[in-house]
Ligand binder design. Structure first.
Ligand SMILES: Cc1ncc(C[n+]2csc(CCOP(=O)(O)OP(=O)(O)O)c2C)c(N)n1
Length: 635
């Protein structure tokens, strides 16, 4: 049977449908999202929760003229599907395909690029103020989850929007979930708004009022009376200067559409509290919204997510999680902190075993860092587990609260380097560059799983701030030693010596590897007969090793999974300049461009950072070395 969804090419097609047809569309759209993600992987339960909301918003608002700004953007698959991208949804998150997040260059319906959370209210407010300045009649809507709402930025925006009296609407999509259960006072507050009599009464009121279709302020007035009389004296959102309406059922188009229509026509900052269920319509996801937050790959929708039969290789995240527990056992001053990434950062076990020393602070990276600084002031040993990309948000806290005061905080920087399908917004490309310029801060770049464990231990033993960066996924699979041994601080090691003599043609090359690219560098070195050093520390740099290698070789190559600009290779160049050693240097790393989403191995190859790419780049710069190649590969 022909599907209604197949007839939807733009939201204008949605606006032509009857209420009954919209409900059919919702069913088909949900089914389409399930089918798509089962083939591509990607965010799952958040998308199932926004199907009706997406339809209602595009139905009521005149998108793309009216601006719809999604927060985080991981819930925009239904939005992408009905805004002209259905035919390309099978390319989701793949190289050259549709992004898993809104992208301005992808569609005029993606009004604001996102993936980091809590930006939507600020951006929508900016758009609303711009519309006012330009004299354009345009509605601006921010859709934000209860998790994302907990971040400081969201409140900074509310605070500003209230006084600016801009015509904007904030839709709070409250599913009582972040990735894991949400934390903090805001969550308790929202739960109170939704609970018991108030919620029931508010919903009933909404229904009766809407049946007779009186103006919305009447509804708002009655809701306010209920709120005042029964539970709270006025919502926090009203205190910010918003007209608060809700909570309403975010899966009920019959509530959503008329309420949004009423709000659309009101002036000033409006706030709609919508209640949805994460994973709605797919029983397994409803029952386990944390487990179904995202699919790592394909799955059979009739079965659900299945654990792989053979246990996958241990990931760096797991190495961290295990180390954290072991270290916490040894040292009771250890405190583990995560900004809302318990699962992603490998802290589930730590929370279970050390609940009093575990702190999920919500999506609040800035607070996480300063909170750690406070703990460190009092003699605790805080470990902040944070993705490289999310630490960007807490840069001033890192400088002002941690580095200047030289406090012993350990930063466990997960997802350092390229991350693959999540793309440029999530790539940990910049941390070496943004960390190594800070006085007092050290940066460790372990090459494999065991070194990661030892590096974390080494970092923990220092009395100043130390970051340990490690990538997404698994390493080469080296044996991990249970015993923790402090690494000599700031000292690298030579892993391979070139056998080439000065009499042979071609250059004697030393490759200085920072981090896990040591292994492809070693493979390239086998073919080039190059020397390889595992530098281990981007800061302090092992200057003695650098100068020794520079003196004994004709050329230096540095390799890192981080930006060439300002990265570890730059540190090597600075050290050589300081030592007045003139030697040709090739700096390999991530380019001065944002690397797109796609398969991580392919992306690394595209950046010339797999073994073949490293070899080719060296050959290209320093000339072919045929004799060497023959010796090295034994041909
Ligand atoms: C600054 C930042 N920190 C952390 C994350 C990781 N993250 C992505 S989605 C998410 C939870 C968002 O919860 P909510 O806004 O309630 O949306 P839901 O998935 O529940 O629909 C988190 C923590 C992020 N995207 N940005």
């Amino acid at each position: 049977m022909a599907k209604l969804l197949d007839t939807i090419h733009t939201p204008a097609d949605v606006r032509r449908l009857s209420r009954l047809e919209l409900k059919v569309l919702a069913t088909e759209l949900r089914e389409f999202v399930v089918q798509t993600v089962s083939q591509t992987g990607g965010h799952f339960s958040s998308n199932l929760g926004t199907v009706e909301l997406t339809i209602a918003l595009h139905y009521v608002f005149n998108t793309p003229h009216d601006r719809l700004v999604w927060d985080v953007g991981h819930q925009t698959y239904p939005h992408k599907t009905i805004t002209g991208r259905k035919a390309r949804m099978h390319t989701l998150r793949q190289l050259g395909g549709i992004s898993g997040f809104p992208r301005r260059e992808e569609s005029e319906y993606d009004t604001f690029g996102t993936a980091h959370s809590s930006t939507s209210i600020s951006a929508a407010l900016g758009m609303a103020v711009a519309a006012r300045m330009k004299g354009e009649s345009r509605k601006c809507v921010a859709v934000i989850g209860d998790g994302a709402m907990s971040a400081g930025m969201a409140f900074e925006a509310l605070n500003n929007a209230g006084v600016s009296q801009a015509d904007m609407l904030v839709v709070l999509n409250d599913n009582d979930m972040s990735i894991s259960p949400p934390v903090g006072a805001l969550n308790r507050y929202l739960a109170r708004l939704m609970s018991g009599k108030f919620y029931a009464a508010a919903r009933d009121t909404a229904k009766t009022v809407l049946k007779n279709a009186p103006p919305l302020f009447e509804l708002a007035r009655r809701l306010e009376e209920h709120a005042k009389g029964m539970v709270v004296p006025g919502t926090i959102f009203e205190e910010f200067g918003f007209n608060y309406v809700g909570p309403i059922d975010g899966h009920d188009l019959d509530s959503l559409i008329p309420t949004l229509e009423n709000l659309r026509d009101l002036k000033g900052p409006q706030f709609l509290h919508v209640v949805t269920k994460k994973g709605y319509g797919y029983k397994l996801a409803e029952a386990d919204p944390v487990g179904y937050h995202a699919a790592s790959g394909k799955f059979d929708p009739s079965i659900g997510f299945v654990k792989p039969a053979t246990p996958p290789k241990i990931t760096f995240t797991q190495v961290f999680g295990q180390w954290l527990c072991d270290m916490a056992e040894k040292d009771e001053r250890l405190v583990g902190i995560t900004p809302a990434m318990r699962e992603g950062s490998g802290m589930v076990e730590f929370e279970k075993r050390f609940p009093k020393r575990y702190h999920d602070v919500g999506i609040a990276e800035q607070h996480a860092v300063t909170f750690a600084a406070g703990l460190a002031c009092e003699g605790m040993k805080p470990v902040v587990a944070i993705y490289s990309t999310f630490l960007q948000r807490a840069y001033d806290q890192l400088v002002h609260d941690v580095a200047i005061q030289n406090l012993p905080v350990v930063f466990a920087l997960d997802r350092a380097g390229l991350v693959g399908a999540d793309g440029a917004t999530h790539a940990g490309s910049f941390d070496i560059a943004y960390l190594r310029c800070l006085p007092n801060v050290s940066v460790l770049t372990p090459a494999d799983e065991n070194e990661c464990r030892q590096a974390l231990y080494t970092a923990f033993m220092q009395d100043h701030p130390v970051a340990v960066r490690y990538p997404r996924g698994a390493g080469v699979g080296v044996q991990i030693q249970a015993e923790m041994t402090e690494m000599p601080f700031g000292i690298g090691e030579i892993r391979r010596e070139s056998t080439r003599t000065p009499a042979q043609p071609g250059k004697r090359i030393a490759i200085l590897a920072f981090g896990t690219l040591l292994y492809p560098a070693l493979a390239a070195a086998e073919r080039l007969d190059a020397t390889v050093a595992n530098m281990r520390f981007a800061k302090p740099l092992d200057v003695a090793l650098v100068t020794d290698l520079a003196r004994r070789h004709d050329a230096i190559v540095t390799v890192e999974e981080g930006t060439v600009m300002g990265g570890a290779g730059s540190a090597v160049l600075e050290a050589l300049a300081e030592a007045r050693i003139e030697v040709p240097v090739l700096v390999l790393g991530l380019p001065d461009a944002f690397v797109e989403h796609g398969d991580p191995a392919k992306l690394l190859a595209l950046c010339g950072l797999d073994a073949a790419g490293i070899e080719q780049q060296i050959q290209r710069r320093f000339g072919a070395m045929p004799a060497l190649l023959r010796t090295a590969v034994g041909q």
